[in-house]
Ligand binder design. Sequence first.
Ligand SMILES: [Zn+2]
Length: 113
Amino acid sequence: MPMRVIRTGEIRLLWDGNKICALAGSDLQEGVAGFGDDVPEALIDLANRIRSEETTIWVPQSAKQFFEDGVLKCACPECGHIKEMSGFDEVIAYICNNCGAGVDVGPLQENDG
Ligand SMILES: [Zn+2]
C-alpha cells in the first residue's frame, strides 16, 4: 500500500452515529478518522490509525508576505516560489502558480525600522 499524504491543518470532531469521530482531512474517503465513545478515545484511535496505516499528515505552513520595492510579495512555503501581488495591500490566501498548492498567508510583517 503506497504512503498516503493528507494535507490538513486541523482535526475535526463530529458525530458518526453514537460515536465521536475525529477526522483529519476533508472527508472520510480522503482523510483518516478515529472513533470512540468520547473525544479522547476518538483522538487516541485517530493517532493509532495514523501510525498503523501508511499515512502522513502534512500540516501546511503559512506563507510570509512582505513588501519589496513597494510591491507586495509572497513566498510559497511548499516550493519557495515568490509571487508578486501587485495591486494588493495584504493577502490572506492564494494558489501558488508554480506548484499549485493552496497557501494560507500569515499577517503582514510591519517594518518598524
Ligand atoms: Zn508553490
